[in-house]
Each structure stands twice: as C-alpha cells, then as structure tokens.
Design a protein around this ligand. Structure first.
Ligand SMILES: Nc1ncnc2c1ncn2[C@@H]1O[C@H](COP(=O)(O)OP(=O)(O)O)[C@@H](O)[C@H]1O
Ligand SMILES: O=c1ccn([C@@H]2O[C@H](COP(=O)(O)O)[C@@H](O)[C@H]2O)c(=O)[nH]1
Length: 212
C-alpha cells in the first residue's frame, strides 16, 4: 500500500454511540479498516490497589497515554504496523501483551477525547463529533457499565457525577467545535449512508489502484 490511509476521528461523550457508529462503518464499507479505540490507550494503573484505581479520574486528558497514541496514529498513517496496547476496563490495567495491527486504507480513531489533542487532530482527514443528549448517554452508560464493565449502579452514578460529567463539560464537549461533522443521537440512517459514501469515495481510487 503506497498511499496514506484516510484517517477519521470520532469523538463525543460517553454513551453517545461512537463505537457503534465506527463499527457500523467498518461493517458496511467493503474496504479493510483499522479501528483504534482510545479506550486501549489509558495509562496502566496496576501499581495502585483496586480501591485506589476505582477513585481515579479517567475522563481527564491526563488519563490517556498520548505519546503512544500519537505515535501509533502516525505509524499507521505511514503504512507501518503498530502494537496496540490492550486495556482492561474492568480492572483499569494494561494487559501484558499488545496486539499487532497492520495498516489499512481507512483508519478510525474513536474515543471521548479523539478530537482533543492537536497532534491527533492535525493528522485527521475527517473529524466527527457524535452529539447525544446527556440523559440518554447516562442511561446507556449505566446499563453498559453494569453488563460489560463489572460496575454497580451506585458506582456508575458516583463516577458520573464526580468526574465523567464535569470532565465532559470541560474537555469533551468543547471539541465539538473542531469537528467537520456533528452527528445527532448516534447512529441514524442518513448520516451513516453519507459516511459510508464518503469513505468509499475517498478510498475508491486507492482500492482500484491496489487491484491493478
Ligand atoms: N442509536 C442507538 N440506539 C440505541 N442504543 C444505542 C445506540 N447507539 C449505541 N447504543 C447503545 O448504547 C451503549 C453505548 O454505545 P457505544 O457505541 O458503546 O457508545 P460510546 O462508544 O460513545 O461510549 C451500547 O450499549 C450501545 O449498544
Ligand atoms: O479504566 C477506565 C478507563 C475508562 N473509564 C471510562 O470509560 C469512558 C470512556 O469510554 P466510552 O466507551 O467512550 O464510554 C470514560 O468516560 C471513563 O470514565 C473507566 O471507567 N475506567
């Protein structure tokens, strides 16, 4: 692959539907893609006790290992494979072994702070902010964190009020102004069709070139 991949960033509050949108694009467009989630780039907290980890602020930009993320996005944009860290959201720790990810014609970077850092933003060809009402997001988060992240209702509510909500207002929501496109309420058919067409248009000539 000689051309640079087309880089898409998808940001938005917790529970907005970022992962769902990214996965739908990957499934619907007949081109190989890399989906890079900021959730894999949280700093490892294994040196702390489980109780101390549960108290951390995971919604402040300092919680993210930016150097690693910026380096991996740059490597993928230069068609180099990367070793993506594997982060466990139940234990707040990084697994021992990363997973090797090969470059593909489309790279999607997805996470609450995907549009926060200028060194990521500068590399993006298309930036998207998913805007979903806070009450919808928090209801989705309660269900998801209990079903998938081993949390309790009280724990989710306490974390939401102490860190998730204030950090969203301070750091996540303002990135909406940096977005090329704002998608309301997560997955919706017209928006998905436009995004899939855009991805195909951007990558079409490269795909044809590759087949020659
Ligand atoms: N448009 C939607 N309608 C209903 N439920 C949705 C929608 N989009 C996402 N969800 C659900 O909400 C939860 C959070 O979605 P997710 O895509 O993981 O959000 P994010 O990545 O922004 O945190 C998941 O359980 C998902 O199935
Ligand atoms: O160890 C961790 C790391 C992150 N979180 C929470 O995850 C969300 C971001 O993920 P979404 O999929 O976009 O919801 C963030 O709001 C953190 O609070 C965590 O709880 N523990």
């Amino acid at each position: 692959m000689s051309e640079s991949p087309f880089l898409i960033g998808i940001a938005g509050g917790t529970g907005a539907g970022k992962t769902t949108i990214a996965t739908e694009i990957v499934d619907a467009v007949d081109v190989d893609m890399v989906l890079l989630s900021l959730d894999n780039y949280y700093c490892d907290q294994s040196e702390l006790s489980p109780e101390e980890r549960a108290e951390l602020n995971f919604d402040h930009p300092d919680a993210i290992d930016w150097e690693r993320l910026i380096g991996d996005v740059r490597s993928l944009s230069e068609n180099e494979a990367v070793a993506v860290p594997q982060y466990n959201l139940e234990t707040h720790t990084r697994e021992r072994d990363p997973i090797t990810v090969e470059p593909e014609p489309i790279v999607i970077v997805e996470g609450i702070l995907a549009l926060y850092h200028d060194r990521i933003l500068d590399q993006l060809d298309l930036s998207i902010y998913v805007q979903t009402d806070p009450d919808v997001r928090v209801l989705r988060r309660i269900r998801r964190d209990i079903e998938e992240r081993d949390r309790t209702v009280d724990g989710v509510i306490e974390q939401y009020l102490s860190t998730v909500k204030p950090m969203h207002e301070q750091f996540v929501e303002p990135t909406k102004r940096k977005a090329d496109i704002i998608i309301p309420e997560g997955v919706n058919e017209p928006a998905m069709e436009l995004l899939q067409e855009k991805a195909m248009r951007e990558i079409g000539p490269k795909a044809e070139y590759q087949e020659m």
